[in-house]
Structures are given as C-alpha cells and as structure tokens.
Design a protein around this ligand. Structure first.
Ligand code: GLN
Length: 284
C-alpha cells in the first residue's frame, strides 16, 4: 500500500467513526509514525509503506477511531509554540487558552520589580506556567493542582523547558494549599467550567479522555468562579490582577459574580473566534 492509499483508506475509516477532519487526522498520525512533517507526506505519496508501518498505522488509526484524542496518541501538543507532553491525567491544552497565557505574560512584563509572581491555579500539564516562565525571565510561578498525577506530568514538562528554577509546585485542593499571607501579582486559571449535566453531551475525545475533575464546574459550571470571587483577593497584591478563562455564554454571569464580590472587572476578552473567553479583574 502506498502512502496515498493508506491516507485515503484510513481517512474513510475515521470519517465513518465520526472523527472530525478525518483526512487531516490521518495525515497527522501518519506523519507522526513516519517521523516527518505532514507536508512531506505529499512528496511521498507513491512511497510504499513497509508491512511494519502498515500494521503500526492500523493500530494508531484504530485508537483514533475509538475517539482517543490525537494528542494522547502522539503524546504531546503544541501550546504557544512549546511542545507539551499530555496524558490522561491532565486536560489537553487548547488553543483558546493561549490567549490567557498571552494576556498573563503581557501583564507580568509590565511589572518593574523582581521577581514578579504568579499563581497558576489548576496547572494541569503546566502549559500556562511554562509559557509564562519562558516569556517572563523575571517571573516566579507557583503551579498548583489538586491531582498529584497532573503535577507529575507538569514537572516532566517543566524539566524539558529549562524553567525548573522558577516554577514551584504545590499539591492541594485550592487556596488552602497556600501559605496564608502569600500574595501574587497575578492569578491565572483555566478552571473546570462545564455544567455537570452537560459533560455527558461532550465529544467522546473530551468526555472520555480529559479528566472529569478538569471539566466539571458543578451544577451550573460556575462553582470555581464563585470560589475565586470569594477567596482570591487575599492572595493578590494591591495592584494584582486575576485572569480566568471561561466557557461560551458564561461572560455575563461571571461578571456579575465578580461585581457582587466588589471586584473591578476590567473587561472580558474574546478569543480568535470572537467568543468572550477571559475575565480580567482586579481588587477594588
Ligand atoms: N491549566 C491547564 C490548561 O489550561 C489545565 C486546566 C484544567 O484542567 N481545567 O490546560
């Protein structure tokens, strides 16, 4: 079987399994297998796959057909241009979250004393913490997560990006894990924000492979925002800011939650598909 034939056959199979963009997904799996950039496949359409390559591709395509995310199969994803290892213990980093990281590093770079400090609440793979540390050489980041397995993955990622000296890991269920009186310039979080009853309706890639604890935001999806609005102020410096990602359609409810707790809501930022996505707020 040639590369082109393998792509066509696998894409047809994934299409039948309702995988989105089946041809692209197939090409990415094959490029991973053959260790070449996807575009190079196009120069190799006529190349014959060896029997071992054919078997290996069949295995990968079968997994994708069972709706295992591409990122889990290839073992990593790209976040703000950095390669981040992923597994079942942490949410797969999403492109929308790159905007949160970008707003975070832009703010940290305006701080003119050293070190600037940031709490990444629910660090997961560590993608946000690592990006901030990479972009802001004077920043110190505390990466907090409730899951020891997620933290193990985050530590692995941090070690690969040479920022280990500036990221401190903390395991715990929330602000209670921090030293009382500790204050940050910035708190960032991409908390779980799916309403519990809606999880069953998500794509299998998300529902069955992202950790439930990384998705479930309680009955209306807003539990974490109420918690942040009530508790985060005492962990922020007077000029500090909080930046939180949230889901489609949640902007007004979250603005109200923060206004009710006497925060100054600086604004809500839209993602690249013009959906309100990030809350930026500061203490009164
Ligand atoms: N901070 C991680 C991310 O943005 C994990 C977020 C989560 O688990 N909800 O990818």
């Amino acid at each position: 079987m040639t590369v082109l034939e393998a792509i066509q056959k696998s894409a047809e199979f994934l299409g039948k399994k309702n995988v989105e963009s089946p041809r692209l997904q197939t090409e990415l799996l094959l490029a991973h297998l053959l260790k070449m950039p996807r575009m190079k496949l196009y120069l190799n359409f006529d190349r014959a796959l060896t029997p071992a390559e054919t078997d290996a591709l069949r295995e990968l395509v079968k997994r994708r057909g069972l709706r295992e995310p591409l990122q889990h199969i290839v073992g990593s994803t790209s976040f703000c241009g950095l390669e981040i290892a992923v597994n079942r213990h942490a949410l797969v980093p999403r492109p929308e979250t790159e905007l949160l990281a970008e707003l975070g590093w832009q703010f940290l770079l305006t701080i003119n004393y050293q070190p600037s400090t940031c709490l990444d609440f629910g660090t997961g793979t560590g993608c946000i913490a690592i990006t901030l540390a990479t972009k802001c050489p004077n920043a110190k980041i505390t990466a907090l997560d409730i899951s020891p397995d997620a933290l193990a993955l985050a530590k692995e990622n941090v070690a690969k990006h040479n920022v280990a000296g500036r990221i401190e890991f903390l395991q715990g269920a929330g602000f209670g894990a921090l030293v009382h009186g500790e204050r940050f310039d910035l708190i960032v979080s991409n908390p779980p924000y799916i309403a519990s009853a809606e999880i069953a309706m998500l794509q299998p890639e998300v529902r069955d492979f992202d950790p439930r604890a990384a998705l479930d935001g309680g009955a209306d999806g807003l539990d974490f925002y109420r918690m942040f609005a009530a508790q985060a102020k005492s962990f922020l410096k007077p000029d500090g800011k909080i930046m939180l990602e949230f889901g489609d359609g949640q902007a007004d409810a979250i603005k109200k939650i923060f206004a009710d707790e006497k925060w100054i809501v600086e604004g809500v930022r839209e993602d690249y598909s013009q959906r309100a996505r990030i809350l930026v707020a500061r203490r009164e």
